[in-house]
Design a protein around this ligand. Structure first.
Ligand code: SAH
Length: 248
């Protein structure tokens, strides 16, 4: 069981697999006013940077579940590196339907809401692991500029314009799902560059090391097209943020 291999190739050097920078991740942790000892559950925890740095900086404890074997291994190494292996636990597995035994003060899904079949399903899933008074974190894209055509949405790698909402509509939608928005931290274009442009050098180096790999053709094609696609579409049209919600 694993995620499509292209992600394990293109994001192998990423610590944060979304448009957040280390500064934004720290700002989010500070914004939540985490008490030491708060339990954090993270579905789609990637390489574990959120749990590991928050364990170091805010003394939370945490569990992360992720379907990438590579990212989960990197998360464990990062925990050792930061000296928080006794505070955080990373599980390699499918997070769909994952409910923690001990309830969490923060239940998160940051940039992986397909795990619950979309934002609504993910909020319902996270609620099942949430302690009374706890906070749900959802990391999700929104339209920074509404695309004028479906072509533009496809250029952002969305299936259609209706995949995402503009920011006010996204915030309103959380209300309709029974949640109040109590905090948010938004990514910016520099953060998008760190997420997307970092893939290019990683792919280039991978290609040099693996010229005969069955994925080489696909990776070479992405290297040719991704910079212009990203600058034309994702960087201009898509926003991304983490939204802190409390059930009403
Ligand atoms: N939250 C992390 C990772 C976001 S990228 C961060 O912000 O850095 C999306 C992550 O979801 C990837 O790490 C991918 O491996 C993971 N993923 C995809 N499908 C999954 C599933 N069904 N269960 C658990 N993790 C999944």
């Amino acid at each position: 069981m694993d995620i499509p291999r292209i992600f394990n190739i293109s994001e192998s050097a990423h610590r944060i697999h979304n448009p957040f920078t280390p500064e934004k991740l720290a700002a989010l942790g500070a914004a939540l006013r985490l008490e030491p000892g708060t339990r954090v559950l993270d579905l789609g925890s990637g390489s574990g940077e959120m749990l590991c740095t928050w364990a170091r900086d805010y003394r939370i404890t945490g569990t992360g579940v992720d379907m990438s074997g590579l990212f989960t291994q990197q998360a464990k190494l990062r925990a050792e590196e930061l000296g928080v292996s006794d505070k955080v636990n990373f599980i390699h597995g499918d997070a769909a339907g994952y409910v923690s035994e001990e309830k969490a003060g923060v239940a998160a899904c940051v940039g992986a809401t397909w795990i619950g079949g979309g934002v609504a399903g993910t909020i319902s899933l996270l609620k099942q692991s949430l302690a009374p008074g706890g906070i749900i974190l959802i990391g999700e894209p929104y339209w920074r500029q509404l695309p004028a055509t479906e072509e533009i949405a496809k250029g952002c790698l969305a299936h259609s314009i209706s995949d995402f909402m503009a920011l006010p509509e996204l915030l309103a939608s959380f209300g309709r799902l029974g949640c109040g928005v109590v905090e948010m931290v938004l990514a910016d274009q520099d953060g998008w560059d760190r997420y997307e442009a970092a893939k290019w050098l990683t792919m280039r180096k991978w290609l040099e090391a693996n010229p005969k790999d069955e994925m080489a053709k696909e990776v070479r094609a992405l290297l040719d097209t991704e910079p212009v696609r990203f600058a034309s579409y994702t960087r201009e049209y898509l926003g991304w943020g983490v939204f802190a919600l409390m059930p009403r």
